[in-house]
Design a protein around this ligand. Structure first.
Ligand code: ADP
Length: 460
């Protein structure tokens, strides 16, 4: 099959979260299965043009809000896979990927530019694949704007990576974007009187998928649906949940060049040295017998940092250590800063984005804490399993589908139910007790490291 894959962030070019990891790895895994895949993404400021070749002459796209010249650049085609960049400096040459007043226009231009590229390049896809709200107008555009062209015969697939971000904009944008009012309805772009990009993608796509079976169910309930549960219960062919995988090139303990020491499930001796480097990196003193907890992730309400901040002092007082990496909501960042001042030798904090440090935290922590309120799939717990940082997770979304609570003979992590500080506290107490019994801890760790979450099976 020929697949045209639209994503607003793609590793290694741009990243704010898990979507980028998926867009970096899944298309390659599909190409490895014999498909022809073109990934299209915006050329942001952070992306160097150096290794990208111009891809055809510029095109001019005209919208009611103005005409824009679009340049295209692309990577070399390698075994059925290439990345095509949409270059519109006025829209994408900015410090942040999202959060601009003109995001509706930026990502509409991106979506239309991606489709125009395919048409111009003569790449006639069997499937056009949109990801998250940024590409929500794609199905409608394919079905209406290209009706009598090869592109219009493509099936549309739309994947939800995080339903919390919906791309809802004032209805006044409709005319600026050139969307006829006839599409402002239940089976179109209208969502509670506004223009809803995510909603438009859901109702118009031939197939909707999301990134774990549990999340597929949760988002069809009032509690987990972010107002879109009704829409989701009614989509054609239902919502299919397929777990994300691990990019084995980037996240592999045996080959990871970002680590001071490489190791494997069979020989984990290198882990102790990584742990030492990790403590040094954060300038915290080694614990005697208590564990080192690691945290990596966006600092937003979703990730449940407030739960961890409520209980962590008790563990630090008793000798545990913790290292925290992330950025996001200033209130969450500041709460971590305040806690760090209280425990300068026991709590390490880095507010920022640091991929090498994320790898080191996975390779050196004894436990990885992820008390998410909701979690579409979650990648960090998968990296934790693979890297031997035994995950402590809430039984929700993809966390529930990937981590098995430990018992005497089985399990790969510590799993708890309610999104409360008490439940997290109890889970961490269990973790500390497990850690006291090193052979038992190591058995859990080893089982996690051997679990298979490769992309090949998910891609299939
Ligand atoms: P989400 O997509 O909700 O952010 P995931 O767990 O699915 O959560 O994916 C997050 C990805 O982003 C992981 O690869 C994680 O390592 C990475 N990440 C998040 N925050 C940071 C950070 N501050 N520094 C380095 N990597 C980060």
């Amino acid at each position: 099959m020929k697949l045209l894959f639209l994503a607003s962030e793609v590793v290694p070019y741009s990243k704010t979260g898990g979507l980028a990891d998926v867009a970096g790895a899944l298309p390659r895994a599909l190409a490895d299965l014999g498909h022809e895949v073109r990934v299209v993404t915006p050329l942001y400021r952070s992306i160097s043009r150096a290794n990208l070749s111009p891809d055809g002459a510029p095109l001019t796209l005209t919208f009611p809000f103005g005409a824009l010249q679009v340049d295209y650049r692309s990577t070399a085609l390698e075994r059925g896979h290439a990345v095509v960049f949409v270059d519109v400096p006025a829209l994408f040459d900015r410090p942040a990927l999202y959060g601009h007043d003109d995001d509706a226009r930026r990502f509409t231009v991106f979506t239309m530019a991606a489709l125009s590229w395919a048409q111009r390049a003569g790449f006639s896809p069997d499937v056009v694949w949109g990801n998250d709200w940024q590409t929500g107008l794609m199905p409608l555009a394919v079905q209406t704007g290209y009706a009598h062209t090869p592109l219009g015969r493509a099936k549309t697939l739309f994947t939800i990576h995080n339903l919390a971000y919906q791309g809802n904009f004032p209805r006044t944008e409709l005319e600026a974007l050139g969307i006829p009012w006839s599409y402002f309805g239940l089976d179109g772009v209208e969502f509670w009187g506004n223009l809803g990009f995510m909603k438009a993608g859901l109702v118009r796509a031939d197939q909707v998928t999301t990134v774990s079976p549990s999340y597929a169910k949760e988002i069809q309930t009032t509690e987990g649906g972010f107002g879109l549960d009704g829409v989701l219960r009614n989509v054609k062919r239902g919502v299919v949940g397929i777990l994300n995988g691990i990019d084995g090139h980037e996240w592999n303990t045996a080959t990871d060049v970002l680590l001071p020491q490489r190791y494997s499930a069979a020989d984990r001796s290198g882990r102790a040295l990584n742990r030492r480097s990790l403590l040094d990196a954060f300038r915290i003193t080694p614990p005697t017998t208590a564990p080192l907890f690691g945290v990596v992730g966006r600092m937003v309400d979703q990730k449940g940092a407030d739960l961890l901040q409520a209980v962590l002092p008790k563990f630090l007082e008793q000798g545990a250590r913790a290292v925290v990496l992330g950025n996001g909501d200033p209130a969450v960042e500041n709460a971590w800063r305040a806690l760090q001042l209280r425990f300068p030798e026991r709590l390490g904090l880095k507010v920022g984005f640091d991929n090498s440090l994320a790898h080191l935290i996975e390779a050196g922590s004894d436990f990885f804490v992820m008390p998410s309120r909701f979690e579409p799939c979650g990648l960090n717990q998968l990296y934790s399993l693979a890297y031997g940082a035994v995950p402590i997770v809430r039984a929700v979304g993809g966390l529930k589908d990937t981590v098995v609570d430990f018992s005497e003979r089985e399990g790969t992590g510590v799993v708890f139910g309610p999104a409360t500080a008490d439940a997290l506290f109890a889970a961490m107490v269990r973790a500390v007790e497990l850690f006291r019994n090193q052979p038992a801890y190591e058995a859990v760790q080893k089982r996690g490291m051997k679990a298979d979450f490769s992309w090949a099976s998910s891609a299939r």
